[in-house]
Design a protein around this ligand. Structure first.
Ligand SMILES: [Zn+2]
Length: 421
């Protein structure tokens, strides 16, 4: 079964769990530090953007660092208010969203010393489809992303009622803020239990990637595909789905890897459509990391501290270097195995839907696939250098069909994980 882990994978996980349990048993319990509830740590909101698309509206808040947030539904007029724990914001107090859609206008106000509220006035009932905070990486700030989709009048009214009941007065500044989770009543989003899928449209900005004879650029195709796949995956209700780039930005490869690692993505799917000298070569293929490849991250991992970090607190800082080595190695091997299982699951769904290359499941030394702890796959949708593939890649209907297949593969892969862990 493509989506199931095999016995070896289970054994590896078993070993990791056992070793970690042993380490934990001997590790000193760290002292619990009391949080000073009264102190308000300064936190700046750098910028915020509100945009409408045909079926989705989005609020993006650029933050000095990750912070807590909450959202509530309000009536008369229909609004969704998004609060973030922040102390400073120098931008505009109100504005109109880019594009036409569910958000008619918005206003921003500091409603408490540590709370900035963005009130989205709606043109009709809407709900928060997903909301999550992304860690800062490199020169990109931390970000809160809130996606809205349409809803029924009845559902909206029910949520507004619950929000009012949960907070006493939802319009006041007393809705509880939380890390990546929703306050009571606001929505059925359970961020903590949903896997995060990070889609990585290849290229961008000055780097157009491969170009077809019909003038279409790889960077455009990969972004269109990633957006469609994001929509399909979100609509399953099972995943949070982020993009490494949601516009024509140029992102370095290490930024893409860092984004996956910093946010502890459960799967990184990099999307490409490359070119080849021989124009007759066509079809989709899927890559996982070559087992023989030397990781460029090795120099980072050479530091004992970083390796302990990587193990996410499962190894005590005073662990013997040899033990840490063993754990890192097990983790890396398990990640590669999971990547392979996910790639197989996706490929199994792709085969009946589209033309795939001969030997479509491949391994290569791609930089973007080297996260030691994030299962990572690179999907080549087809060849821009082949006329038939280029025509397909330009077709929204074709991309729809392929995105549906990829989404099924991803869901099956996670079914396998759920079924065995
Ligand atoms: Zn490419």
């Amino acid at each position: 079964m493509a989506a199931k882990r095999d016995g070896m994978g289970m054994k590896l996980i078993g070993v990791i769990t056992m070793v970690m349990a042993l380490l934990l048993a001997f590790a000193a319990v760290p002292p619990v530090t009391a949080q000073d509830e009264e102190a308000i740590a300064p936190l700046e909101v750098y910028a915020l953007r509100v945009s409408n698309a045909p079926e989705r509206s989005r609020l993006v808040v650029d933050l000095e660092r990750t912070t807590q947030f909450a959202f509530v539904s309000l009536t008369e007029p229909l609004r969704i208010a998004v609060d973030v724990r922040a102390t400073d914001y120098d931008g505009e107090g109100e504005g109109m969203p880019a594009g036409e859609g569910m958000i008619a206008s918005y206003s921003v106000a500091q409603i408490a010393p540590d709370r900035l509220r963005t009130e989205l006035t709606l043109s009709g009932p809407a709900q928060v489809q997903q909301a999550y905070v992304l860690e800062a990486f490199d020169d990109q700030p931390a970000r809160l992303i809130v996606d809205l989709i349409g809803d029924t009048e009845e559902n909206f009214g029910r949520r507004a009622g619950l929000d009012m009941g949960a907070s006493g007065d939802a319009s006041a500044a007393d809705v509880e803020l939380a890390d990546n989770s929703n306050p009571p009543g606001t929505s059925n989003i359970e961020r903590d239990t949903k896997p995060l899928i990070l889609l990585d449209p290849g290229h961008g900005g000055a780097d157009g990637g491969a170009e077809a004879d019909n003038g279409i650029q790889e960077k455009v195709v990969t972004l269109a595909f990633a957006r469609r796949l994001q929509e399909i995956l979100i609509n399953t209700g099972r995943f949070d789905v982020a993009l490494t780039r949601d516009n024509d930005d140029f992102l370095r490869l290490e930024e893409r890897v860092q984004l996956a690692r910093a946010n502890r993505a459960n799967l990184l799917l990099s999307i490409h459509a490359d070119a080849f000298d021989d124009p007759s070569v066509r079809g989709a293929s899927i890559y996982t990391r070559d087992e023989q490849a030397t990781d460029m991250l090795d120099h980072v991992l050479a530091e004992q501290e970083n390796r302990v970090d990587l193990l996410g607190g499962f190894a005590p800082p005073e662990a013997e270097p040899a033990v840490v080595d063993l754990l890192v190695d097990l983790m890396r091997r398990d990640t590669r195995r999971q990547s392979f299982v996910a790639a197989t699951a996706i490929l199994d769904q792709l085969r009946p839907s589209i033309f795939v290359r001969r030997f479509p499941q491949r391994r290569a030394d791609f930089y973007v696939l080297q996260s030691p702890e994030v299962p990572s796959i690179l999907l080549e949708l087809g060849f821009m250098s082949n006329d038939q593939d280029a025509e397909n890649l330009a077709s929204p209907e074709w991309r729809d069909r392929v995105a549906e297949a990829v989404a099924r593969g991803i869901a099956l892969y996670f079914d396998g994980i759920d079924g065995t862990l």
